[in-house]
Design a protein around this ligand. Structure first.
Ligand SMILES: C[S@@+](CC[C@H](N)C(=O)[O-])C[C@H]1O[C@@H](n2cnc3c(N)ncnc32)[C@H](O)[C@@H]1O
Length: 338
Protein backbone atom coordinates (compact mmCIF):
# COMPACT_ATOMS: atom_id res chain seq x y z
CA UNK A 1 0.00 0.00 0.00
CA UNK A 2 1.18 3.49 -0.86
CA UNK A 3 0.40 5.17 2.43
CA UNK A 4 -1.90 7.64 0.66
CA UNK A 5 -5.30 8.12 2.31
CA UNK A 6 -8.01 5.84 0.89
CA UNK A 7 -10.55 8.05 -0.91
CA UNK A 8 -14.10 8.17 0.33
CA UNK A 9 -16.25 6.60 -1.01
CA UNK A 10 -13.56 4.06 -1.83
CA UNK A 11 -15.28 2.67 -4.95
CA UNK A 12 -12.92 4.62 -7.19
CA UNK A 13 -9.95 2.33 -6.46
CA UNK A 14 -10.54 -1.38 -6.86
CA UNK A 15 -7.66 -2.79 -4.71
CA UNK A 16 -8.53 -0.48 -1.84
CA UNK A 17 -12.21 -1.39 -2.20
CA UNK A 18 -11.31 -5.05 -1.84
CA UNK A 19 -9.08 -4.33 1.13
CA UNK A 20 -11.72 -2.09 2.71
CA UNK A 21 -14.43 -4.70 2.25
CA UNK A 22 -12.17 -7.45 3.56
CA UNK A 23 -11.15 -5.60 6.72
CA UNK A 24 -14.68 -4.36 7.35
CA UNK A 25 -16.00 -7.89 7.03
CA UNK A 26 -13.52 -9.20 9.57
CA UNK A 27 -14.48 -6.46 12.02
CA UNK A 28 -18.15 -7.30 11.52
CA UNK A 29 -17.41 -10.93 12.45
CA UNK A 30 -18.62 -10.09 15.96
CA UNK A 31 -22.06 -9.27 14.53
CA UNK A 32 -22.16 -12.54 12.61
CA UNK A 33 -21.30 -14.56 15.73
CA UNK A 34 -23.96 -12.84 17.84
CA UNK A 35 -26.61 -13.02 15.09
CA UNK A 36 -26.05 -16.79 14.74
CA UNK A 37 -26.39 -17.13 18.50
CA UNK A 38 -29.58 -15.01 18.71
CA UNK A 39 -31.35 -16.88 15.90
CA UNK A 40 -30.27 -20.30 17.09
CA UNK A 41 -31.29 -19.62 20.70
CA UNK A 42 -34.70 -18.39 19.53
CA UNK A 43 -35.18 -21.86 18.07
CA UNK A 44 -35.16 -20.96 14.37
CA UNK A 45 -32.65 -23.62 13.37
CA UNK A 46 -34.42 -26.42 15.21
CA UNK A 47 -37.78 -25.26 13.82
CA UNK A 48 -36.42 -25.25 10.25
CA UNK A 49 -35.05 -28.75 10.80
CA UNK A 50 -38.72 -29.83 10.65
CA UNK A 51 -39.16 -28.20 7.23
CA UNK A 52 -39.03 -24.84 5.41
CA UNK A 53 -41.09 -21.95 6.74
CA UNK A 54 -41.76 -18.29 6.03
CA UNK A 55 -40.51 -15.57 8.36
CA UNK A 56 -44.11 -14.91 9.40
CA UNK A 57 -44.64 -18.57 10.36
CA UNK A 58 -41.36 -18.66 12.25
CA UNK A 59 -42.12 -15.40 14.03
CA UNK A 60 -45.57 -16.63 15.08
CA UNK A 61 -44.25 -20.01 16.27
CA UNK A 62 -41.26 -18.66 18.13
CA UNK A 63 -42.51 -15.32 19.44
CA UNK A 64 -40.35 -12.99 17.35
CA UNK A 65 -40.85 -9.66 15.65
CA UNK A 66 -41.43 -10.57 12.01
CA UNK A 67 -39.54 -7.61 10.52
CA UNK A 68 -36.51 -8.13 12.77
CA UNK A 69 -36.52 -11.88 12.13
CA UNK A 70 -36.69 -11.33 8.37
CA UNK A 71 -33.62 -9.12 8.61
CA UNK A 72 -31.68 -11.60 10.74
CA UNK A 73 -32.59 -14.43 8.33
CA UNK A 74 -31.61 -12.36 5.32
CA UNK A 75 -28.24 -11.52 6.83
CA UNK A 76 -27.53 -15.11 7.83
CA UNK A 77 -28.69 -16.42 4.46
CA UNK A 78 -25.90 -14.20 3.16
CA UNK A 79 -23.56 -16.05 5.53
CA UNK A 80 -24.61 -19.36 3.99
CA UNK A 81 -26.78 -20.72 6.83
CA UNK A 82 -30.18 -20.51 5.15
CA UNK A 83 -31.61 -20.57 1.66
CA UNK A 84 -34.71 -18.62 0.72
CA UNK A 85 -37.07 -19.60 -2.08
CA UNK A 86 -40.63 -18.35 -2.66
CA UNK A 87 -40.50 -16.63 0.73
CA UNK A 88 -39.65 -19.85 2.59
CA UNK A 89 -36.44 -20.30 4.54
CA UNK A 90 -34.63 -23.64 4.76
CA UNK A 91 -31.41 -24.86 6.35
CA UNK A 92 -28.29 -25.25 4.25
CA UNK A 93 -25.81 -28.02 5.18
CA UNK A 94 -23.91 -25.33 7.13
CA UNK A 95 -27.12 -24.33 8.95
CA UNK A 96 -27.79 -27.98 9.82
CA UNK A 97 -24.62 -27.95 11.95
CA UNK A 98 -26.39 -25.63 14.40
CA UNK A 99 -29.29 -28.02 15.10
CA UNK A 100 -29.35 -29.14 18.73
CA UNK A 101 -30.05 -32.76 17.84
CA UNK A 102 -27.19 -33.54 15.45
CA UNK A 103 -24.00 -35.28 16.53
CA UNK A 104 -21.23 -32.71 16.45
CA UNK A 105 -23.67 -29.80 16.88
CA UNK A 106 -21.93 -26.42 16.87
CA UNK A 107 -24.83 -24.76 18.68
CA UNK A 108 -23.14 -25.11 22.06
CA UNK A 109 -19.90 -23.68 20.75
CA UNK A 110 -21.87 -20.71 19.42
CA UNK A 111 -23.36 -20.16 22.88
CA UNK A 112 -19.97 -20.50 24.54
CA UNK A 113 -18.27 -18.04 22.20
CA UNK A 114 -20.97 -15.41 22.56
CA UNK A 115 -21.20 -15.64 26.36
CA UNK A 116 -18.34 -15.29 28.83
CA UNK A 117 -15.72 -15.85 26.15
CA UNK A 118 -17.04 -12.82 24.30
CA UNK A 119 -16.81 -10.64 27.39
CA UNK A 120 -13.28 -11.83 28.05
CA UNK A 121 -12.31 -10.82 24.52
CA UNK A 122 -13.31 -7.24 25.32
CA UNK A 123 -10.26 -7.22 27.57
CA UNK A 124 -7.90 -9.02 25.17
CA UNK A 125 -5.50 -6.09 25.32
CA UNK A 126 -4.74 -7.19 28.91
CA UNK A 127 -3.37 -10.46 27.52
CA UNK A 128 -1.48 -8.57 24.88
CA UNK A 129 0.25 -6.50 27.55
CA UNK A 130 0.79 -9.14 30.24
CA UNK A 131 1.12 -12.38 28.25
CA UNK A 132 -1.38 -13.94 30.67
CA UNK A 133 -5.09 -14.78 30.51
CA UNK A 134 -7.78 -12.10 30.73
CA UNK A 135 -10.44 -14.44 32.16
CA UNK A 136 -9.41 -14.08 35.79
CA UNK A 137 -9.18 -10.26 35.78
CA UNK A 138 -12.65 -10.10 34.19
CA UNK A 139 -14.48 -12.83 36.13
CA UNK A 140 -12.47 -13.01 39.35
CA UNK A 141 -11.35 -16.65 39.00
CA UNK A 142 -9.58 -18.79 36.40
CA UNK A 143 -11.92 -20.39 33.85
CA UNK A 144 -12.15 -23.91 35.27
CA UNK A 145 -12.51 -22.70 38.88
CA UNK A 146 -15.24 -20.28 37.72
CA UNK A 147 -17.06 -23.09 35.90
CA UNK A 148 -16.80 -25.35 38.96
CA UNK A 149 -19.11 -22.97 40.88
CA UNK A 150 -21.63 -22.78 38.01
CA UNK A 151 -22.96 -26.22 37.06
CA UNK A 152 -25.16 -24.89 34.23
CA UNK A 153 -22.23 -23.09 32.57
CA UNK A 154 -20.05 -26.14 33.17
CA UNK A 155 -22.59 -28.33 31.39
CA UNK A 156 -22.64 -25.88 28.46
CA UNK A 157 -18.85 -25.91 28.28
CA UNK A 158 -18.86 -29.73 28.26
CA UNK A 159 -21.54 -29.83 25.55
CA UNK A 160 -19.51 -27.44 23.40
CA UNK A 161 -16.42 -29.62 23.76
CA UNK A 162 -18.46 -32.74 23.02
CA UNK A 163 -19.81 -31.04 19.90
CA UNK A 164 -16.26 -30.75 18.62
CA UNK A 165 -15.29 -34.28 19.64
CA UNK A 166 -16.45 -35.95 16.41
CA UNK A 167 -14.20 -33.69 14.39
CA UNK A 168 -11.30 -34.16 16.77
CA UNK A 169 -11.76 -37.91 16.90
CA UNK A 170 -11.02 -38.58 13.21
CA UNK A 171 -7.22 -38.97 13.43
CA UNK A 172 -7.64 -41.15 16.52
CA UNK A 173 -10.29 -43.37 14.94
CA UNK A 174 -8.08 -43.81 11.89
CA UNK A 175 -5.24 -45.34 13.95
CA UNK A 176 -4.72 -49.01 14.65
CA UNK A 177 -5.81 -49.94 18.19
CA UNK A 178 -4.69 -53.56 17.91
CA UNK A 179 -3.06 -54.77 21.10
CA UNK A 180 -4.57 -51.94 23.20
CA UNK A 181 -6.89 -52.88 26.06
CA UNK A 182 -7.42 -49.85 28.30
CA UNK A 183 -7.48 -46.19 27.27
CA UNK A 184 -7.33 -43.44 29.90
CA UNK A 185 -8.70 -40.14 28.55
CA UNK A 186 -7.10 -37.50 30.78
CA UNK A 187 -9.33 -34.42 30.90
CA UNK A 188 -11.85 -36.41 28.89
CA UNK A 189 -14.76 -34.06 29.63
CA UNK A 190 -18.15 -35.73 29.37
CA UNK A 191 -16.71 -38.82 27.64
CA UNK A 192 -17.89 -38.08 24.12
CA UNK A 193 -14.49 -38.56 22.45
CA UNK A 194 -13.73 -41.78 24.30
CA UNK A 195 -17.24 -43.00 23.53
CA UNK A 196 -16.61 -42.61 19.80
CA UNK A 197 -13.35 -44.50 20.13
CA UNK A 198 -14.90 -47.32 22.14
CA UNK A 199 -17.82 -47.60 19.74
CA UNK A 200 -15.43 -48.00 16.81
CA UNK A 201 -13.22 -50.55 18.62
CA UNK A 202 -15.42 -52.88 20.67
CA UNK A 203 -12.57 -54.61 22.52
CA UNK A 204 -11.37 -51.37 24.17
CA UNK A 205 -12.12 -50.38 27.78
CA UNK A 206 -11.93 -46.77 28.89
CA UNK A 207 -11.48 -44.45 31.85
CA UNK A 208 -12.64 -40.83 31.59
CA UNK A 209 -10.68 -38.73 34.04
CA UNK A 210 -11.77 -35.16 34.74
CA UNK A 211 -12.56 -32.68 37.47
CA UNK A 212 -15.48 -33.33 39.84
CA UNK A 213 -18.70 -31.88 38.41
CA UNK A 214 -18.03 -32.77 34.77
CA UNK A 215 -20.67 -35.34 33.97
CA UNK A 216 -22.24 -36.75 30.88
CA UNK A 217 -25.94 -36.07 30.42
CA UNK A 218 -26.07 -38.93 27.92
CA UNK A 219 -24.43 -41.24 30.46
CA UNK A 220 -21.06 -42.85 30.04
CA UNK A 221 -20.42 -45.13 27.09
CA UNK A 222 -20.43 -48.89 27.75
CA UNK A 223 -17.12 -50.38 29.00
CA UNK A 224 -16.19 -47.01 30.44
CA UNK A 225 -15.74 -45.74 34.00
CA UNK A 226 -15.38 -42.23 35.35
CA UNK A 227 -12.68 -41.17 37.78
CA UNK A 228 -12.60 -37.68 39.26
CA UNK A 229 -9.48 -35.81 40.28
CA UNK A 230 -6.89 -33.18 39.46
CA UNK A 231 -4.45 -33.89 36.65
CA UNK A 232 -1.89 -31.54 38.17
CA UNK A 233 -1.67 -34.02 41.06
CA UNK A 234 -2.20 -37.52 39.66
CA UNK A 235 -4.12 -39.48 37.02
CA UNK A 236 -5.42 -43.09 37.11
CA UNK A 237 -2.74 -45.77 36.78
CA UNK A 238 -2.73 -48.87 34.63
CA UNK A 239 -3.77 -47.73 31.12
CA UNK A 240 -2.19 -48.97 27.90
CA UNK A 241 -2.80 -45.65 26.19
CA UNK A 242 -3.07 -42.23 27.82
CA UNK A 243 -4.94 -39.68 25.79
CA UNK A 244 -4.51 -35.92 26.18
CA UNK A 245 -6.99 -34.40 23.73
CA UNK A 246 -6.94 -30.59 23.62
CA UNK A 247 -5.58 -30.46 27.14
CA UNK A 248 -2.01 -29.24 26.92
CA UNK A 249 -2.93 -26.24 24.75
CA UNK A 250 -4.97 -24.91 27.68
CA UNK A 251 -1.82 -24.37 29.73
CA UNK A 252 1.52 -22.60 29.70
CA UNK A 253 4.63 -24.78 29.59
CA UNK A 254 5.06 -24.99 33.37
CA UNK A 255 1.52 -26.26 33.99
CA UNK A 256 1.56 -28.51 30.90
CA UNK A 257 4.73 -30.20 32.14
CA UNK A 258 3.01 -30.92 35.48
CA UNK A 259 0.23 -32.75 33.63
CA UNK A 260 2.75 -34.72 31.57
CA UNK A 261 4.64 -35.73 34.72
CA UNK A 262 1.43 -36.93 36.35
CA UNK A 263 0.76 -39.10 33.26
CA UNK A 264 4.34 -40.35 33.25
CA UNK A 265 4.04 -41.41 36.90
CA UNK A 266 0.81 -43.34 36.21
CA UNK A 267 1.94 -45.19 33.09
CA UNK A 268 2.96 -48.84 33.38
CA UNK A 269 5.86 -50.18 31.29
CA UNK A 270 4.88 -50.33 27.61
CA UNK A 271 2.16 -47.67 27.84
CA UNK A 272 1.97 -44.88 25.24
CA UNK A 273 0.84 -41.29 25.32
CA UNK A 274 -1.27 -39.83 22.50
CA UNK A 275 -1.56 -36.06 22.37
CA UNK A 276 -4.33 -34.78 20.11
CA UNK A 277 -3.58 -31.15 19.30
CA UNK A 278 -2.98 -28.67 16.52
CA UNK A 279 0.57 -28.39 15.21
CA UNK A 280 1.29 -24.80 14.23
CA UNK A 281 3.42 -24.40 11.08
CA UNK A 282 6.95 -23.28 11.87
CA UNK A 283 7.06 -20.78 9.03
CA UNK A 284 4.21 -18.79 10.60
CA UNK A 285 2.08 -19.36 7.48
CA UNK A 286 -1.73 -19.23 7.65
CA UNK A 287 -3.31 -21.91 9.82
CA UNK A 288 -6.63 -22.13 11.71
CA UNK A 289 -4.66 -22.82 14.90
CA UNK A 290 -3.42 -19.22 15.01
CA UNK A 291 -6.84 -17.94 16.11
CA UNK A 292 -7.25 -20.80 18.57
CA UNK A 293 -3.82 -19.88 19.92
CA UNK A 294 -5.09 -16.39 20.75
CA UNK A 295 -8.25 -17.81 22.30
CA UNK A 296 -6.21 -20.11 24.54
CA UNK A 297 -4.04 -17.16 25.60
CA UNK A 298 -6.94 -14.87 26.41
CA UNK A 299 -9.04 -17.51 28.17
CA UNK A 300 -6.44 -19.59 29.96
CA UNK A 301 -2.91 -18.39 29.31
CA UNK A 302 -2.41 -21.49 27.14
CA UNK A 303 -0.94 -21.78 23.66
CA UNK A 304 -0.78 -23.79 20.45
CA UNK A 305 2.67 -25.14 19.61
CA UNK A 306 4.89 -25.95 16.63
CA UNK A 307 6.27 -29.46 16.24
CA UNK A 308 9.62 -28.49 17.83
CA UNK A 309 7.59 -26.80 20.59
CA UNK A 310 5.66 -30.02 21.22
CA UNK A 311 8.87 -32.06 21.22
CA UNK A 312 10.50 -29.72 23.76
CA UNK A 313 7.42 -29.76 25.98
CA UNK A 314 7.11 -33.54 25.91
CA UNK A 315 10.84 -33.95 26.63
CA UNK A 316 10.48 -31.65 29.65
CA UNK A 317 7.64 -33.90 30.85
CA UNK A 318 9.81 -37.03 30.50
CA UNK A 319 8.62 -38.25 27.08
CA UNK A 320 10.21 -39.08 23.76
CA UNK A 321 8.16 -38.39 20.64
CA UNK A 322 7.84 -41.46 18.40
CA UNK A 323 5.57 -40.12 15.66
CA UNK A 324 3.62 -37.04 14.62
CA UNK A 325 0.66 -37.84 12.40
CA UNK A 326 -0.73 -34.66 10.87
CA UNK A 327 -4.49 -34.43 10.45
CA UNK A 328 -6.71 -31.85 8.82
CA UNK A 329 -8.36 -30.82 12.09
CA UNK A 330 -5.88 -32.10 14.67
CA UNK A 331 -2.63 -34.04 14.71
CA UNK A 332 -1.71 -37.01 16.84
CA UNK A 333 1.62 -36.88 18.63
CA UNK A 334 2.64 -40.29 19.92
CA UNK A 335 5.17 -40.44 22.74
CA UNK A 336 6.61 -42.93 25.20
CA UNK A 337 8.26 -42.40 28.57
CA UNK A 338 11.94 -41.59 27.92
C1 LIG B 1 -10.62 -28.20 26.33
S1 LIG B 1 -11.42 -29.38 27.34
C2 LIG B 1 -11.05 -30.88 26.42
C3 LIG B 1 -12.04 -31.96 26.69
C4 LIG B 1 -11.83 -33.25 25.88
N1 LIG B 1 -10.51 -33.83 26.10
C5 LIG B 1 -12.09 -33.06 24.39
O1 LIG B 1 -11.17 -33.20 23.59
O2 LIG B 1 -13.24 -32.74 24.05
C6 LIG B 1 -10.33 -29.44 28.76
C7 LIG B 1 -10.76 -30.43 29.84
O3 LIG B 1 -9.78 -30.41 30.90
C8 LIG B 1 -10.48 -30.57 32.13
N2 LIG B 1 -9.67 -30.09 33.25
C9 LIG B 1 -9.31 -28.81 33.51
N3 LIG B 1 -8.58 -28.75 34.63
C10 LIG B 1 -8.49 -30.03 35.09
C11 LIG B 1 -7.83 -30.61 36.22
N4 LIG B 1 -7.13 -29.85 37.08
N5 LIG B 1 -7.90 -31.96 36.39
C12 LIG B 1 -8.61 -32.74 35.50
N6 LIG B 1 -9.25 -32.23 34.42
C13 LIG B 1 -9.18 -30.89 34.21
C14 LIG B 1 -11.72 -29.73 31.90
O4 LIG B 1 -12.75 -30.02 32.83
C15 LIG B 1 -12.09 -30.09 30.46
O5 LIG B 1 -12.95 -31.19 30.40
Amino acid sequence: MSGEPVPWPPAARAPEVTAYAGVRRKIMGAVVAQAIHAVTELGVVDRLAAGPATAAELAADLGADVDALTRFLRALAGEGLFTVAAGEYALTPAGELLRSDVPGSLRHLSRLMTGEAYRVWEEASLSLRTGGPAFEPVFGAPLFAWLADRPARQAEFDRAQAGLAGMRAQPLLARSWDGVGHVVDVGGGNGMLLGLLLAAHPWLRGTVFDRPGVTSEAGLPPRCRRVEGDFFVSVPAGGDVYLLAQILHDWDDRRAVQILRACHAAMPAGARLLVLEQVVPEDGGPHPAHLLDLHMLVLLGGRERTEPGWRRLLAAGGFEVRAVTPGERASVIEAVPA
